[in-house]
Design a protein around this ligand. Sequence first.
Ligand SMILES: C[S@@+](CC[C@H](N)C(=O)[O-])C[C@H]1O[C@@H](n2cnc3c(N)ncnc32)[C@H](O)[C@@H]1O
Length: 476
Amino acid sequence: MSATNGQNKYPVGDRQDENWQQGCAIEVAIEDLSDTGDGVGRYEGRVVFVPDAVPGDRLLVRLVRVKPQYANGKLLEVLERSPNRIRPHCIVADKCGGCQWQSVAYSAQLQAKQNLVTQAIARIGGIENPPVETILPSPSPFGYRNKATYPLSRSSSGKVQAGYYEKNSHHLVNINQCPVQDPRLNPLLAEVKQDIQDRGWSIYNETEHRGNLRHLALQIGRRTGQILLTLVSANRKLMDIETQAEEWLSRYPDLVGVCLNYNPDRTNAILGEETRCVAGQPYFVDEFAGVQLQLRSDTFFQVNPETAELLLESIASRLELQGTERLVDAYCGIGTFTLPLAKRVKQAIGLEINPAAIAIAQENAALNGLTNVSFHGGSVEKLLPQLENLGLPAGEKPDIVLLDPPRKGCDRSVLDTLIQIAPQRIVYISCKPATLARDLKILCDSGIYRLSFLQPADFFPQTSHVEAVAFLVAEG
Ligand SMILES: C[S@@+](CC[C@H](N)C(=O)[O-])C[C@H]1O[C@@H](n2cnc3c(N)ncnc32)[C@H](O)[C@@H]1O
């Protein structure tokens, strides 16, 4: 990499350090991708992060934020195109903040995710040459998402808009289709938007905290095709919503329910606490890994169920389940993993903080006739130390603990409890390699656990997000 005058378009100093300044243009060869989605290059031993870059590109970059050892740059010109640079599927890929890697060939996305997991475990987890298996790709790199939640706004000409926010902003990019969503949702997006316009419903303005409709959420059962539509409103009432909802139900044969969520708060959180069904039913049904699940709009469900199913199958076969095991699924949500695994173990116990998710998990256990599984509402911090009160026979410990915490990872107290209980095997599913690595370090430094291997999986193609599962075994 060398300094360049960029055909005299940009200021460039003569000496090496003069180029390491805000506003200078430098040439950077992109070697990898970062967890925020930026391309990563090096300039005289220092790191340069560049959005919209592809590994293998040689770029002219303007430095916009400069620190002694690293800088953030803006892409000015592609000097040499990487063979991995492709034409985005999406017509608004350059603006929309939903995806970061539409210009990156899928094989290069997978390689970058493999590197992200390996580097985090080595650097933060302190594990040299971590045993990372080849990443499990998403069978569908597009059209994989079963859920779309679009913020709503009104354009300057008064048109109702729905889409995703621009990168680093709250400015909406209006869309009528999205290539990562299940294509069966696309027709509803454009038409429902038009109906909202025709009804004259007011649209929420977040700056002035005025108006009604905030979000449109669409969910679909991958196998059943059932669709649930949820509108999020700053008011409990929406004029004629019942009539419009019935009209949608008769227009779309696969639509099974329309819900109205009430969110009156000044907040970035999408949903408020109250959801009521205005037509049809408040849930849709899908099949996942051999179980039937009732799913709602106010509880977490995997957005790429096709890949989640493959990952679950790989977990189950790695565990070589005999049907004699007692399993605890901490952070179990609606029982997405607990219920299919309950069919293959002696006893399964699910722990989850969201009461709505626990209620659905219990309903789903009954729906599938599973009697060896129980679900308990409360924090893992509180429930994990008292498994004997939750149905685990006195004097026994779980053979396997499955962890699937949110991005921030496990609370330190959860890891301490695990070290104390010392189950033979821990399976840690994570959507953030950095917090996974931090927690693995604590578990492995205890001297009790050894990292057997890691399995990354691509739940979120076209984005920089990556899922990874760590398998730990108790030594001795
Ligand atoms: C990444 S989701 C995983 C859910 C589930 N395993 C699935 O695949 O559908 C994390 C879940 O942890 C729950 N959660 C977050 N903090 C928690 C805590 N301290 N104790 C128990 N559950 C928690 C969330 O409500 C959410 O359902």
